[in-house]
Write a protein that binds this ligand. Structure first.
Ligand code: TYD
Length: 136
């Protein structure tokens, strides 16, 4: 079992499928913000940052993409191609989002309001902070 991969309960009948996500139930945080990414250029990867506090669940609700998570020690690539699974991106996780299909739409559930101060955008700083040098 991969603790960062969340399988969402799918309620399907002859009319189609429905997935519900509730605060602190399917995901280990309360949702303060929701945003989505669309019209993504497959050759333009995104992310390249970590967060000090923010936790997120990233769901590829349409199409497919790759999400690379790095906790400062190990790196893992998740290929997302189903609205039934999400990747949990905890604080102090460097993330890269790439290889978007032309129809990819990513829904992101976030634990905090947008705050540029919460970003770590420099990779060397991220590595320093994850090697036991945190000042939080
Ligand atoms: P950023 O988080 O850097 O995008 P990505 O990780 O997908 O590469 O955000 C891109 C821009 O959008 C940046 O200028 C900040 C802005 N932004 C907001 O204003 N509010 C938000 O909730 C988010 C996620 C980004």
């Amino acid at each position: 079992m991969d603790k960062n991969l969340i399988y969402l309960k799918n309620i399907t009948d002859e009319r189609g499928s429905l997935i519900a996500i509730e605060n602190s139930k399917e995901i280990p945080f309360e949702i303060k913000r929701v945003y989505y990414l669309f019209n993504l250029a497959s050759e333009k990867p995104r992310g390249f940052h970590a967060h000090k506090e923010l936790k997120q669940l990233i769901i590829c609700i349409n199409g497919e993409c790759d999400i690379i998570l790095n906790d400062g020690f190990t790196t893992k690539t998740y290929h997302l191609n189903s609205p039934k699974q999400g990747v949990l991106c905890d604080s102090f996780m460097w993330r890269e989002l790439c290889n978007f299909s032309s129809n990819a739409i990513l829904l992101v559930l976030a634990s905090e309001y947008y705050d540029e101060e919460d970003y770590i955008r420099d990779y060397d700083t991220f590595i320093q902070l994850t090697k036991g040098d945190r000042n939080d």
